[in-house]
Design a protein around this ligand. Structure first.
Ligand SMILES: *Cc1c(COP(=O)(O)O)cnc(C)c1O
Length: 435
């Protein structure tokens, strides 16, 4: 009997869009490096009755009653994150990565203080001081850059930091295909008397898998999203030291400053369904299966990069050490916008991206960014990466050839059919949305 409370009955329009989006996620090759597929267990927690509850405050110190189970959920998320990353203090309440970063800035800085992050065109994130972001509006922001090979140059960063004397140095990126030396950044910050924050939004899962060095214990504060390589729900975690290195013995320690910046500084009630789903994702991330997954992401990225290079394509820095790569399209005579659209038509989802010292405009830059986390979550390995590398190269070299694009789309659908994700997920029983 149809259940009148189910989505399909209550709201067939939204149900239909959900079905279509599910089909898109099933049938396409999802290669945006910041995206992933969460497990059904994570979805179940996220789509749960926990969304009904208000719990402003922190475990044991709430402004509302009835939080005995919410407290246990949040404490479990905290202890799991602590175990995985080894941080002294954890806050799991930030709604997402951008608000988490803003919380750190408001915790540590006064309006107008100087922050130094990686230039956006070099791979940095908007929230690391880009002028249209709150991070660049409320704080004085300066950038460091990559060198002509596209690599971080720590001597140059030290020089820039000595000259600019920022109060906070941020390491971390959204489009940098190589490893980041967090220990070096910590030394630089120490030398100039700045706080050091590492933003591991993209690479948290790789760090857990041991395929990227960890910023702990080097950084004073570490932020991460939970929905990228970590394979959790959209959300974020802030980790920090307890003592404040620039304000020892101050009225509040560093951990207390972070907590009060998140709530009541920037947010109201935490998203408890999200916290529960983060806890589930962290439990999954503690398994050996997850560590193998993280290792496979990097193996897949390296194989894909090698295949693209063999096909004659150019990659920023000549390859990758992590989960992503940037194709520099300049030698093909096409722009990122055109490349993104053609690949999309072929069922391959990537995003156009600026490359270091890009000669073209941000809305139609010289590069595309692609990564392997989502494909690897489906179970794809080196063999599939070689096929996919070939398909991508075919499309990019024949950008206006509709036959090639059609053939590629067919090949993509055949390939993805062998790696199903959430079959029959949507139209099942309330409230879990999964079978
Ligand atoms: C994705 C990302 C963020 C922001 O996360 P949102 O959840 O999209 O707000 C912050 N920093 C870096 C380095 C990122 O890649």
């Amino acid at each position: 009997m149809p259940n009148k409370h189910r989505l399909q009955t209550t709201d067939p329009e939204i149900a239909e869009f959900l079905e279509k989006e599910l089909a898109r996620q099933e049938q396409g090759l999802e290669m945006i490096p910041s995206e992933n597929y969460v497990s059904k267990a994570v979805l179940e927690a996220l789509g749960s009755i926990l969304t009904n509850k208000y719990s402003e405050g922190y475990p044991g110190r709430r402004y509302y009653g009835g939080n005995q189970f919410i407290d246990q959920i949040e404490n479990l998320a905290i202890s799991r994150a602590q175990k995985l990353f080894g941080a002294e203090h954890i806050n799991v309440q930030p709604y997402s990565g951008s608000p988490a970063n803003l919380a750190v800035y408001t915790a540590l800085l006064k309006v107008g203080d100087k922050i130094m992050g990686m230039d956006l065109a070099c791979g940095g994130h908007l929230t690391h001081g880009y002028k249209v972001s709150a991070s660049g509006k409320f704080f004085t922001s300066v950038s460091y850059y990559v060198n002509e090979k596209g690599l971080l140059d720590y001597d140059a960063i030290l020089e820039a930091a000595k000259k600019e004397k920022p109060r906070l140095i941020i390491a971390g990126a959204s489009a940098y295909p190589r490893l980041i030396d967090f220990a070096k950044f910590a030394e630089i910050a120490k030398e100039v008397g700045a706080y050091f924050m590492a933003d591991i939004a993209h690479i948290a899962g790789l760090i857990i898998g041991g395929v990227h060095p960890s910023p702990l214990p080097h950084a004073d504060v570490v932020t991460t999203t939970t929905h990228k390589t970590l394979r959790g729900p959209r959300g974020a975690i802030i980790m920090s030291k307890i003592e404040d290195p620039l304000d020892p013995g101050g009225k509040k320690n560093l951990a207390q400053k972070i907590d009060s910046a998140v709530f009541p500084g920037l947010q109201g009630g935490p998203h408890n369904h999200q916290t529960a789903a983060i806890a589930v994702a962290l439990k999954e991330a503690g398994t050996s299966e997850f560590k193998n997954y993280a290792k496979q992401i990097v193996k897949n990225a390296k194989t894909l990069a090698e295949t693209l290079l063999e096909e004659g394509l150019e990659l920023v820095t000549g390859g990758t050490d992590n989960h992503l790569m940037l194709i520099d399209l300049t030698n093909l005579g096409i722009g990122g916008k055109q490349a993104e659209t053609a690949l999309d038509l072929a069922g391959i989802t990537v995003n156009k991206n600026v490359i270091p010292f890009d000669q073209r405009k941000p809305m139609d830059p010289s590069g595309i960014r692609l990564g392997t986390p989502a494909l690897t979550a489906r179970g794809m390995k080196e063999k599939e990466m070689k096929i996919i590398g070939h398909l991508i190269s075919q499309v990019l070299k024949n950008i206006n050839n509709e036959d090639i694009i059609r053939q590629t789309k067919k090949a993509v659908e055949e390939l993805t059919a062998m790696f199903p994700i959430y079959k029959k997920m949507i139209h099942s029983n309330f409230p879990l949305l999964i079978d």
